[in-house]
Design a protein around this ligand. Structure first.
Ligand code: ADP
Ligand code: SF4
Length: 692
C-alpha cells in the first residue's frame, strides 16, 4: 500500500538546530514508570516507538542531580556518569531506526522531597514540599543558583555522551526549578531573580545559554514551556506573561515544545477535554517564532494532523498518549493504512503507572511496557504452532482482543457474542456521559478482525454449555464478562448490606448494569460508591441529568478516589458539586429500608438516616463464570467433545479495568500452545549487588 499524498506533508523532514528530524512525528517526553528502575524495558519501549516511525523520541523527566530525586516515582536519572549506559542503550535503540533521541533534564525543586537521597530540596523562595510531605524546600542563594546551573550543564554533557540529539530546557507542568522561578506565585524574591518577568526568567535564560555553550554545537536545545496554567491571573497566561516569555526568547531555542500546565490540564482525559484542547492557548507561538513548534492534543487522525500543519498551528505533531496507544501510528499513515491506527481513548490508565510507580500500561495497547520483559511487539506476533481451533465466547474487550491476536497468529477462531453488538462493556459504557471515545477499544478490534478469513464472528448467539460441547472446538475461551453485584459487598462491607435484597423496605436496589440497560430508579436516589473508580460518579451524573435528586455516599475521603491516579478526581468532584449532587464522604451504607437508608460514619460508627427511593449499588462486580464451572465439571464430556482446554479471560476470570481485560485476552493469544509452567513469565531487572 502507498501513502495517501494528502499526508505527504507529515513526512517532510524538519531541521532542528544542528539535527534533522526525518518527519513531523514527535514523541514528546512522557513518564513510563520504568526509567531508572527498569532501564532495559524503558529503552526497548522507546526503540519500538522509533521503529514505528516517530522521528523524535524523548525520555521522561530526567533528574539531573541527587538533589532532585523524585522517589518513589520512577523517572529518568542522570546524576553521574554511571547513569549514562542506561540512556546510551535507549539512544542506540532510537538511532537504529533513524530517530532522534531527546532528553528532558529536570531539577524539581519543591516538587521532589528527595526521599532516597535525603538532600534538602531548593526553591526560589522557602516553600513546603508538594505532595504533603512534611518537609520544606529552602530558598536558594546566589551560590545555590550557580550550583543548579552547573548541574544542568553537567547533565547536558552526560546526555550528549549518552547519544542524545535534543536537550530540553524544561519549564512546563509546574515541575521544574525554571518554572518555579518564572512563576509569580512561587517566586517571592527581591533580588535580580525576582520581581519583573525579565528577572524571573533570568535563571531560565542562564541555563539556556549555559547548555547551548556546552553542547549546542552538536545537540539541538529545545524549550518546553507551558504557555498557560489555566489559573487566570494567579498563573502564566497565553495572553499575558506566557506570550511575553515566548516573544522574549522567540529565536533562542532550536525548537519550541509548547503546552499548558499543570499535567492534569495537559493530559486531560477524554471525559473532560476533547482532542486539541490546548490549541486555543498554544497556537499563537508559531506567529512569534520562526523556529519549529511542537504541540500536543491527543491527535490520532492524520487529517487533523495535516490541517494543524497547513493552518500554521505547529510544525511537528507532538504526542505522548497517541504514541503509547499506537507506537506504529506514523508507519501506518506512511504505509497507507491509517485505518489500522489504534487510537488512544483518553482514559489515562497510562498516567496511573507514573503515580503508582509501576511499568507503563495502556488500555488500547496491551504490549506497552512488555516489549523487553515479555518480548511482545505491538505489531508482530509469532505464527501459530498448531492447527488448533479456538471458540471464544463473548465479544467484549477481552474476547475481541483474544480473537484479534489469535487471528493474527493464524489460528482458526470462532467468536460468539450473545447480543447483537460487539464490544461488551465498552460499547455499553461508551454511551455514558463523557465516555464516547472508549468505543475505540471495540472499533479498532472490529476493524482488524473483519478482514481475517480465519476469524468468524457470530452475533446474537448466546451459547450454553451444551452448545459449546456440541461445537467441539479444540480450545474454549470464556470471555463472558461480569455483572455488578447488588448486595453491597465490596471494600467496606464483606457481607451483604441489610435490606439490599430489596422488598424489605420501599427502597429498591439497582446496579450500574440496570441503569445502563435503561431501568429508571425513583428518587431520591442514593448511590453507594465503594468501587472508587469512575462508575459511581458517572451514575450520579447520568441520574442527575434524568432529573433525579441524587446523593452520592462513599466510605472514601473524596469522590471517585482512585481517579486521583488518572488525574480526574478534582474534575469529577467539581462537576458533581456544580450540578448540585449531594456528596457524602466518610460514610458507609449500614442498611436500606422503609424509604430510608442508614449511613454510618467510618470513624465513629455514628448513624444517620436519609430519605431514599432507590439505591444504586456501585461496589464490586462478580464474574459471569457459570459456563466455566458447568463445562469443567464433566471432564469425560469435554474429552468426548474433543475440547482440550477451557479457559477464562478478562472480567470472567476476575473483574477489573478494561486495560486488564484487553491484556488478559492478548496474553491468552500469546501463550496459546505454550507449555504452562510456574516460572516468572517475564524477564526481570534486578538491582545489582554492589561490592561488600
Ligand atoms: P470483558 O471486559 O472481560 O471483555 P465484557 O463484559 O465487556 O467482558 O464482555 C463480555 C461479553 O460476553 C458481552 O458482550 C456478553 O454479551 C457476552 N456473553 C456473556 N455470556 C455469553 C454467552 N453465554 N454466549 C455468548 N456471549 C456471551
Ligand atoms: Fe490512551 Fe488510555 Fe492508552 Fe493512555 S492508557 S495511551 S489514555 S488509551
Amino acid at each position: 500500500m502507498t501513502r495517501d499524498p494528502r499526508y505527504d506533508v507529515l513526512f517532510e523532514p524538519v531541521q532542528i538546530g544542528p539535527v534533522t528530524a526525518k518527519n513531523r512525528f514527535y514523541q514528546v517526553p512522557h513518564c513510563n514508570g520504568m526509567g531508572r528502575a527498569y532501564p532495559s524495558s524503558m529503552a526497548e519501549m522507546r526503540g519500538v516507538k522509533a521503529e514505528g516511525g516517530w522521528a523524535v523520541v524523548c525520555t521522561e523527566e530526567t533528574e539531573i542531580h541527587h538533589g532532585s530525586d523524585f522517589s518513589p516515582l520512577i523517572e529518568g536519572r542522570l546524576w553521574d556518569d554511571s547513569d549514562i549506559p542506561t540512556f546510551a542503550r535507549m539512544c542506540d535503540k532510537i538511532h537504529e531506526h533513524g530517530g532522534l533521541a531527546g532528553v528532558q533534564p529536570i531539577y524539581g525543586g519543591f516538587v521532589t522531597a528527595n526521599l532516597y537521597s535525603r538532600e534538602i530540596p531548593m526553591a526560589p523562595s522557602h516553600t513546603p514540599v508538594e505532595g504533603y510531605e512534611p518537609v520544606s524546600a529552602r530558598a536558594m542563594d546566589k551560590s545555590d543558583i550557580k550550583q543548579v546551573r552547573k548541574w544542568y550543564v553537567d547533565a547536558a554533557k552526560r546526555a550528549r555522551t549518552a547519544g542524545f540529539d535534543i536537550i530540553y530546557n524544561y519549564s512546563g507542568h509546574d515541575e521544574s526549578i525554571q518554572m518555579h522561578f518564572l512563576s509569580r506565585r512561587h517566586n517571592h524574591r527581591t533580588d535580580e531573580y525576582g520581581g519583573s518577568l525579565e528577572n524571573r526568567s533570568r535563571l531560565f535564560r542562564e541555563i539556556m545559554s549555559d547548555i547551548k555553550d556546552a553542547v549546542g554545537d552538536t545537540c539541538a536545545i529545545a524549550i518546553r514551556f507551558a504557555v498557560d496554567e489555566l489559573l487566570g491571573s494567579d498563573g502564566i497566561t497565553s495572553d499575558g506573561e506566557g506570550r511575553d516569555f515566548v516573544e522574549m526568547l522567540a529565536e533562542v531555542p532550536d525548537l519550541w515544545d509548547v503546552n499548558v500546565s499543570e499535567w492534569a490540564n495537559d493530559s486531560t482525559t477524554s471525559r473532560f477535554a476533547e482532542s486539541g484542547s490546548q490549541l486555543p492557548y498554544t497556537k499563537f507561538v508559531k506567529e512569534v517564532t520562526s523556529k519549529p513548534v511542537v504541540g500536543v492534543g491527543r491527535f490520532t487522525s492524520p487529517d487533523t494532523m495535516v490541517s494543524l500543519i497547513k493552518n500554521g498551528h505547529m510544525d511537528m505533531i507532538g504526542a505522548a498518549r497517541p504514541s503509547i496507544a499506537d507506537p506504529f501510528l506514523p508507519r501506518k499513515i506512511e504505509e497507507g493504512r491509517p485505518e489500522d491506527i489504534r487510537e488512544c481513548i483518553g482514559c489515562n490508565i497510562c498516567v496511573t503507572a507514573d503515580f503508582l510507580a509501576t511499568p507503563l500500561r495502556c488500555t488500547q495497547n496491551p504490549t506497552m511496557g512488555e516489549e523487553w520483559r515479555k518480548g511482545w511487539h505491538p505489531e508482530r506476533i509469532a505464527e501459530k504452532t498448531s492447527d488448533s481451533a479456538v471458540l471464544i465466547v463473548g465479544a467484549g474487550p477481552a474476547g475481541m482482543e483474544c480473537a484479534r491476536a489469535l487471528g493474527q497468529r493464524g489460528y482458526g477462531v470462532t467468536l460468539a457474542e450473545a447480543t447483537t453488538e460487539l464490544g461488551g462493556r465498552v460499547t455499553k459504557e461508551s454511551r455514558l456521559p463523557g465516555l464516547s471515545e472508549w468505543a475505540r477499544v471495540r472499533d479498532y478490534r472490529e476493524g482488524q478482525i473483519a478482514p481475517m478469513v480465519n476469524v468468524e464472528t457470530y452475533m446474537d448467539s448466546h451459547l450454553t454449555a451444551e452448545q459449546i460441547m456440541e461445537f467441539g472446538s479444540d480450545h474454549v475461551v470464556l470471555a463472558t464478562g461480569s455483572k455488578w453485584r447488588s448486595d453491597g459487598v465490596g471494600r467496606a462491607n464483606h457481607v451483604a448490606i441489610a435490606g439490599s435484597d430489596s422488598g424489605s423496605g420501599s427502597a429498591t436496589v439497582f446496579t450500574p448494569d440496570d441503569i445502563i440497560a435503561g431501568k429508571m430508579p425513583t428518587g431520591p436516589v442514593v448511590i453507594f460508591d465503594d468501587d472508587h473508580y469512575y462508575m459511581g460518579g458517572i451514575m450520579a451524573e447520568k441520574l442527575h441529568a434524568e432529573g433525579l435528586d441524587v446523593t452520592l455516599v462513599t466510605p472514601a475521603a473524596d469522590i471517585s478516589n482512585w481517579t486521583h491516579n488518572t488525574m480526574e478526581q478534582e474534575r469529577i468532584q467539581t462537576r458533581l458539586l456544580e450540578l448540585g449532587v449531594t456528596l457524602v464522604p466518610h460514610r458507609n451504607l449500614a442498611s436500606i429500608g422503609g424509604g430510608t437508608v442508614t449511613l454510618s460514619c467510618v470513624y465513629t460508627d455514628r448513624e444517620e438516616t436519609r430519605p431514599c427511593g432507590s439505591v444504586v449499588m456501585v461496589t464490586a462486580r462478580l464474574p459471569n463464570d457459570d459456563l466455566y464451572y458447568e463445562l469443567t465439571a464433566d471432564q469425560d464430556a469435554l474429552d468426548a467433545a474433543g475440547i482440550k482446554s477451557v479457559s477464562r479471560v478478562g472480567d470472567c476470570l476476575a473483574p477489573g479495568t478494561i486495560a486488564a481485560a484487553v491484556y488478559s485476552g492478548h496474553r491468552y493469544a500469546r501463550e496459546m500452545d505454550e507449555p504452562v509452567t510456574d516460572a516468572v513469565p517475564f524477564r526481570r531487572e534486578l538491582p545489582q549487588l554492589a561490592e561488600a
